[in-house]
Design a binder for this molecule. Structure first.
Ligand SMILES: *[C@@H]1O[C@H](CO)[C@@H](O)[C@H](O)[C@H]1NC(C)=O
Length: 169
């Protein structure tokens, strides 16, 4: 989970270059960061920043898979910004590799950058069953509780419609 993807474009490399040659006119640049892996249907976060725009720039961030394209964030600005936004990760039932694509467009300039992101299905929940005794005699009442939790030990709200007991002889 510690892996973070970083999409950089625009003048960042040029900035490093111009710093070396000490002609410090800042070039426009953008930076988008997000986790390389996310859990299915979880609330996910990405951060975007724009630096030193030299004209009004329109930034669009999409999640793409096949020919589906889902807008995650868009912003138009002629000044620097740094913004983090939340979005709902898609629901997947097996590992799914998709792409996050950034487009920055101005009247005289256009950049795109793309990086992969993996969505992992939710792990199976775990169920604990507790009874008041280890062994029962015929006719005794069985008291029990059943708790189902996700992998972060948060109890799930779902209900079991039927619980059956089997007698071992
Ligand atoms: C802004 O900067 C980009 C990249 O350096 C350049 O291609 C573009 O022509 C510039 N636009 C203006 C309006 O100065």
């Amino acid at each position: 989970m510690a892996l973070t993807r970083i999409l950089i474009a625009g003048g960042l490399l040029l900035c490093l270059y111009t710093l070396c040659s000490s002609t410090a006119t800042a070039e426009p640049s953008f930076l988008v960061t997000f986790p390389a892996q996310m859990r299915s249907a979880s609330e996910a976060k990405l951060c975007a920043s724009l630096q030193s725009p030299n004209e009004t720039l329109h930034m669009s961030i999409y999640l793409t898979t096949g020919d589906e394209k889902k807008m995650l964030h868009q912003e138009t600005s002629d000044t620097d910004f740094h913004r983090c936004v939340h979005f709902q990760a898609p629901s997947v039932n097996k590992d799914s590799v998709q792409s996050i694509k950034v487009e920055v467009q101005g009247r005289t300039s256009h950049w795109t950058s793309e990086s992969r992101v993996k969505f992992r299905p939710k792990p199976d929940p775990v169920t604990f069953i507790q009874t008041d005794k280890p062994i029962y005699s015929p006719g005794q009442t069985v008291h029990f509780r059943v708790v189902t939790m996700d992998t972060e030990f948060i109890p799930l709200q779902q209900k079991y419609s039927l619980v059956t007991l089997q007698v071992c002889t």
